[in-house]
Design a protein around this ligand. Structure first.
Ligand code: ADP
Length: 349
């Protein structure tokens, strides 16, 4: 099973390393605008193979992506300390305009996994450009809020429970407006209050909630300030997503994809729990949120919607970027409008 990675910077190469260490796939092709970088990373990671799993890894060109089941897009310009994720958007649009068609020219049946930031918008853009090739948006997914699992880690340490046994979702934008779904957090199938009572632990206070919320929301910025990049968490999340895709695992993951059927989020790409299988995002799972959480989710969706609209991807009458507008019918077949939408997207931002 072949996996392509376009963009062999810190995130792309760490994703490759995580795939090797986890033993996901059989062949990895690393690509980069700077071929020497891709070759250097592939050779370096190849030295880890004897200590991990039998995989081949090499540098390649777009033509080498033929038959890739999954292509990870980690290409882009880096976020710099002090810059918000949304500010890097404009610089990354041009990269995707070139990268997505180049991938699909050779790997038309692949699933795209987007990790470039701002990830929700870049995933939306990738789906937009991919629609010109007849690809349904369910086959274009982003890492979403998967690495905001720090929420689970902090709750786990608060209650003295392994984070793997804490269920707590972060939804919405992967960024400042993301929403911690406190009302749905459970340990051992119980709400936190109930679990605290059974364990004889103190109830979690509003002050503690605010502190955890702040830590989850700000930690990415702290890491950037300290070392200029983040890649271990995201690389591990990518390996998990690819494992789920290649093995049709039907896992519930907070990836991002273009949302349909969730109040306040229609047509926006953001993070929500999805059922993920071999064909990509099988379905989104709407959550029974408290009104305050629902409002926060809708606020997050409208921030993303505004950012997308600011790109002016299509003519005003065709700005909703829906599958229909992009020319993809329900069965994923390409219609005549696809070329029109794609060429409008290529020409204007
Ligand atoms: P990150 O920390 O997000 O991985 P990096 O700057 O380390 O950021 O990596 C981004 C990578 O994307 C760089 O290696 C850069 O050369 C690559 N890249 C940028 N534009 C393109 C492009 N159009 N095609 C392929 N790779 C690209």
């Amino acid at each position: 099973m072949k996996i392509g990675i376009v963009g062999s910077g810190m995130v792309g190469s760490t994703s490759a390393f995580a795939l090797v260490m986890r033993g996901v796939g059989r062949e990895i092709v690393l690509m980069d605008r700077t071929r020497a970088r891709a070759e250097a990373e592939a050779n370096d990671i190849l030295h880890a193979v004897p200590f991990a799993h039998p995989l081949t890894i090499r540098a390649g060109d777009y033509g080498d992506l033929v038959d890739c089941r999954v292509v990870i897009i980690a290409a882009g310009v880096t976020i710099v300390p002090g810059e918000t994720r949304l500010q890097v958007l404009q610089r990354n649009v041009a990269v995707f305009e070139q990268v997505v068609p180049s991938i699909l020219q050779y790997a038309g049946d692949t699933i795209l996994v987007v990790v470039s930031n701002p990830v929700d918008i870049m995933t939306h853009l990738a789906a937009y450009f991919a629609a010109g090739f007849g690809m349904p948006s369910t086959r274009v997914i982003g890492s979403g809020t998967m690495i905001d699992t720090r929420f689970r880690a902090l709750l786990g340490s608060r209650f003295g429970v392994d984070a793997q046994h804490v269920h707590a979702y972060v939804i919405g934008e992967h960024g400042d407006s993301e929403v911690l779904t406190w009302s749905l957090a459970t340990i051992a199938g119980m709400p936190l209050e109930e679990f605290a009572r059974i364990r004889g632990a103190a109830l979690i206070t509003d002050m503690e909630k605010r502190q955890i919320d702040e830590q989850v929301r700000r930690v990415g910025y702290q890491i950037l300030a300290g070392k200029g990049a983040t890649y271990y968490g995201i690389g591990s999340a990518v390996a998990r997503i690819v494992d789920v895709l290649l093995n049709d695992q039907r896992a519930v993951l907070t990836i991002c994809s273009r949302i349909q059927g969730v109040v306040g989020c229609e047509g926006v790409t953001l993070g929500l729990p999805h059922l993920v299988g071999g064909q990509g995002a099988m379905s989104v799972i709407p959550l029974p949120l408290k009104p305050v959480e629902q409002e926060a989710l809708e606020r997050s969706a409208s921030i993303l919607r505004e950012a997308i609209e600011s790109l002016k991807l299509t003519s005003p009458g065709n700005a909703d970027l829906s599958d229909e507008a992009a020319g993809v019918s329900n069965d994923g077949a390409k219609s005549e409008n696809a070329d029109i939408a794609a060429s409008a997207g290529n020409g204007k931002r």
